[in-house]
Every structure is written in C-alpha cells, then in structure tokens.
Design a protein around this ligand. Structure first.
Ligand code: ADP
Ligand code: TRP
Length: 335
C-alpha cells in the first residue's frame, strides 16, 4: 500500500500508556515507511480542553515527543511537532466551526462522557474539540489517519465537514481522510474494569500500564489485574461476557503479534496465573526498553526541542501553502 500523507496526534495530558501505544503509535511506526509523508503532532491545544490536565504542559509535550521517538518514529522520516507551533490549526478550526451545525456536535459521545452531568458548566473548547481535530487533519490534506477506535466518530465528523465545505464552495479542496483503525490493540481496556477504556484520566494508576513503568510496576499491575474464576476457554467466542479476560488476551495477542484465537488455543483450560506470567514477560520485553529510551531522550532537552522545531518548520510550510488555497477557495481577501 502506498500512502500519500499520514497525520495523527496524542494529547500531552499525562502519562502515556499502553492504550496509546497499541491503539496509535504502534501502527504509526509500521506505517511510516509505506507513506510519502508523515506528520505526528502533539496536540497541546487539545490538552487545554480538559483543564485539570494542563499542568506541566511543556514537560508533557516533550514526554510525548520522546515516546514517539523511543517507540520507533524516525524524525528523519516523520515530522514530529507541537500543534501550537503551527497557528493555522486554530485559524482553520475557526473557519470549519462556521460550517459545523450544532446538531453534529451534540451527537459526539466523547463530549457527553467528558462534560458529565453539568453540561452548562462545560467549556466551549471541549464542545468544539472535534472541529479543531478536523482542522488538524484537513489543514494538511491528510489521506490517512491512524487512531484508536474511540476516535472513529471524530473522524466521521472530519469527513462530513470536508464534504460540506467542498460542496458549499463547489471545490475539491479537502480530500476525504481515511481512518485507519486496526489491530487487536485498537481498544485497550482498563486493567481494573474491562468495560472502560484504559485512559490517562483514570484516577487509579493500576488501571493502566504506562510507557515509563519499571519492570516491578508492570509485574505488580498484571498480577493485580482483574480476571474471573473461569479458566481460559478454547475459543475467542467463549470470552463473550468476560471483559477482563478478553482484554488481557487481546493485549497479549497484540503484543506478541498473534491473533486472540491463537492465544486461547495455547492457554485453553489453564487458569490465569501462568498466562499472566507470560503476558508480563512480553510486556516487559517491549515496554521497559521504550521507557528507558524515553528517559534518555528526556535528558537531552535541547535535542528534543530541535526535533520539534524542525518538525514545525515542515508542518508550517505545508500548512501555510494549504491555508492560502483554503482562504482563496472560500473567498477571503488575499493578504
Ligand atoms: P487518552 O484517551 O488516554 O487521554 P488520547 O486521547 O490523547 O489519550 O489518545 C491518543 C491516541 O491514543 C488516539 O489515537 C486514541 O484513539 C488512542 N487511545 C487512547 N486510549 C486508547 C485505548 N485505551 N485503546 C486504544 N487506543 C487508545
Ligand atoms: N482526539 C484525539 C484523541 O483524543 C487526539 C487528536 C487530536 C487527533 N487531533 C487529532 C488524532 C488529529 C488524530 C488526528 O485521541
């Protein structure tokens, strides 16, 4: 498969975890070599939408950059940059907002989850989040957007907006971005509750494996991970109704590049203790070296900042070129 241009991003809102790795970064690493251009953004303006997570924004931005690189994103092949270093994201976000019916935003499940019960107290930024995300994608005319399954609805909104603006101005300025949602790791669930997704915002650190967790921490977290009393079944179908068991098997499958059925066949009839030992080894072998690599990269602040500013130069050039076309297409007076 030859891909024209990939764009994706992660919010710098705290510890980056196994869900971000398996749902996003892992696929980026594989895809970057099949694509003509890659843009991997650290979406710091999106982090502002959850105000409780804005502490250490600069540090967290560097941490996410370090995670990208440590996991295998090559800065020579892919532009790594901070969203706020390219002002056109905000400009296009405003323009797209003028073509977004409120009805579309009212359907967004992430807003409903994050705003909670008191919607009137939620901020405009949280509500407009999917519009800014559409701007991130459409600004670069990205052809492919690799994300976790939770972002599917936002991607659909970006496509709807592209079509709406194209239609309104009778142009084909925005190509349709294709979501890439793949792999067993596309939806990694909490280690404490197999029905909610693994997330940075979960108050319990035992709910997730962080990319900078030590060997000891990974051992403890997997030992304590919730399971049930039943043995591992022979078939994946028999995992239905056992979300915690299903989650651990999916994680193992993704980490060991097998499918969940192969894992069931190997461990069928066993209880979880032997399985957990193997899963722990597998996690330690992959995650601990990435975490160590991140710690090394974090020591070289100037180097990291240089990678980010090189990435921003590439992103700004492309963004400014496209923004010129977009302004013309919608009829704004030329500068
Ligand atoms: P979080 O939800 O932890 O705050 P982000 O919203 O910054 O993380 O997500 C960044 C990327 O990681 C997105 O592509 C998202 O789909 C993916 N992602 C986040 N959590 C998970 C998860 N539990 N399983 C799979 N992918 C995930
Ligand atoms: N909304 C995404 C998330 O919460 C992060 C994001 C922002 C993103 N802009 C993007 C992902 C553009 C892909 C493309 O995970």
């Amino acid at each position: 498969m030859t891909i024209k241009r990939i764009l994706s991003g992660i919010r710098p809102t705290g510890d980056i975890h196994l869900g971000n790795y398996l749902g996003a970064i892992y696929n980026w690493v594989e895809m970057q070599h099949q694509s003509q251009q890659n843009l991997f953004c650290i979406v710091d303006l999106h982090a502002l939408t959850t105000l409780q997570q804005t502490e250490n924004l600069a540090l967290n931005t560097r941490t996410v950059a370090a995670a990208y690189i440590a996991a295998g994103i090559d800065p020579k092949k892919s532009a790594i940059f901070a969203q706020s270093h390219v002002p056109n994201h905000s400009e296009l976000g405003w323009i797209l907002g003028c073509f977004t019916p409120l009805g579309w935003l009212n359907r967004m499940t992430q807003f409903k989850d994050k705003a909670g019960k008191h919607k009137e107290l939620a901020h405009l930024g949280l509500y407009a989040y999917p519009v800014l995300m559409a701007a991130d994608i459409l600004l670069y005319k990205a052809s492919h957007v690799p994300v976790g399954e939770d972002q599917k609805q936002h991607l659909e909104l970006a496509r709807d907006l592209a079509a709406a603006v194209n239609h309104r101005f009778n142009t084909d300025i925005f190509p349709m971005p294709e979501p890439i949602i793949q792999g067993a790791g596309m939806r990694v669930m909490s280690l404490r509750d197999g029905t909610s997704k693994m997330s940075k915002s979960d108050i319990s650190d035992y709910s997730r494996i962080n990319m900078m967790d030590t060997q000891d921490m990974i051992e403890q977290k997997i030992r304590k991970a919730k399971t049930d009393m039943e043995p591992i079944p022979e078939t994946v179908a028999a995992l239905a109704g056992r979300p915690e068991a299903q989650n651990l098997i999916n994680i193992f499958a993704a980490m060991s590049k097998q499918n969940p059925q192969e894992i069931c066949s190997v461990f069928a009839g066993n209880n979880f203790s032997e399985f957990k030992k193997k899963l722990t080894d597998c996690l330690i072998n992959t995650i601990v070296p990435i975490g160590n690599n991140m710690r090394e990269l974090m020591k070289e602040e100037t180097e990291l900042d240089k990678i980010l500013s090189n990435g921003a130069i590439i992103a700004n050039d492309l963004a400014e070129k496209h923004m010129y076309e977009i302004r013309s297409a919608i009829g704004l007076l030329k500068k």
